[in-house]
Design a protein around this ligand. Structure first.
Ligand code: MN
Length: 325
């Protein structure tokens, strides 16, 4: 029985383990998620919580939006977290939902509005359930640091994360901090933006990226595990390529200062967010991105972590949308 009596964040039947299965962005793909969990050995208990006898899941955020079964995905993940079978952290899509629905922020980008609209439509006849989901999102942590590893939705920037974790050791944003994260001049804006969206660089001049999704962008997502990047092409980390002429353009001092670096002597770091394609692989021995575009016909990817400080690609497990058909 899960506790519905008010303590929404309170896990029951917790046990300590450093055997964790980290899972990338599910984006409303409940059937795919269930299939992956089954493959990983999670089975429903009497209360319907998917559970493993010795392991727990860490969901890396972006459970909502885009996919066909958003309510089901949220319910499955939430039951696991509340049942002590999993942890979950916030993605930019949950932050976006909280801002729109709780802080009543009108989204500047029609893209964000459009994406959230799909979630709101699926919850349209379940308003109480949506309110309750928002309550639950509001108390999820922005990051996790446990069992010798770190997890965040997009990017771990120690310069922002450490001062935050010193104040909030559980990694949860207070309502005031979430409110303050709307102010682009604030520490909490930088913290939430960096953690859930990752670092970006603006393109020089009037250059634009024409994305496959039909959207033009004036900035690109940057990697944070290269010790000494020299040119734009060294740091671009997104499905859409840079305008051809600037791959070889040297990074300016000012741009180098905007980059983030996660060094190889730090604990293993897991994140999602970046819409990777192809055969799942590690980025470095201590950096793993587990988002392989599951909702766009890619793979839902897990890493089976057992406390090792050097990650191994043979611990990646995935379920592909095509295999379910
Ligand atoms: Mn994301």
């Amino acid at each position: 029985m899960s506790d519905r009596s008010g303590n929404i964040g309170m896990p029951i039947r917790m046990f300590e383990t450093s055997s964790l299965d980290l899972i990338g962005d599910a984006h409303g793909c409940a059937a795919l998620l269930e299939a992956l969990l089954d493959r990983l050995g999670y089975r429903p208990d009497a209360a319907g919580v998917l559970r493993h006898p010795t392991r727990k899941v860490v969901f890396l955020g972006d459970i909502i939006d885009r996919g066909p079964q958003i309510r089901e995905a949220v319910a499955m993940v939430r039951r696991m977290v509340e049942g002590g079978a999993a942890y979950a952290i916030l993605g930019n899509h949950e932050i976006n939902a909280l801002r729109a629905c709780r802080l009543e922020v009108r989204q500047r980008h029609s893209r964000q509005r459009q994406v959230l609209k799909e979630t709101l439509e699926q919850y349209a006849r379940y308003q109480k359930e949506w309110d309750s989901a928002l309550d639950w999102f509001a108390q999820l942590p922005l990051c996790l640091e446990m069992a010798g590893m770190r997890a965040v939705h997009a990017c771990w920037d120690e310069r922002l994360m450490r001062p935050f974790l010193e104040r909030q050791p559980d990694g949860r944003l207070t309502p005031e901090q979430l409110q303050r994260s709307l102010d682009p001049q604030s520490f909490f804006f930088d913290l939430v933006d960096r953690a859930t969206r990752g670092p970006q660089l603006n393109l020089p001049g009037n250059l634009c990226i024409h994305g496959r999704d039909g959207i033009q962008r004036k900035a690109f997502r940057t990697s944070f595990w290269h010790a000494q990047p020299h040119v734009y092409g060294d740091v671009v980390f997104q499905p859409d390529p840079l305008p051809h002429c600037i791959e070889e353009r040297p990074l300016q001092e000012r741009e180098l200062n905007q980059l983030v670096y996660y060094p190889p002597d730090q604990p293993p770091l897991f994140f999602g967010h970046y819409w990777r394609n192809g055969h799942p692989s590690l980025l470095t021995p201590n950096v793993a991105c587990l988002d392989y575009s599951a909702v766009k016909g890619g793979h839902l990817v897990a890493y089976r972590y057992d406390g090792e400080q050097a990650l191994s690609a043979d611990r990646l497990v995935w379920q592909s949308a095509n295999d379910l058909a």
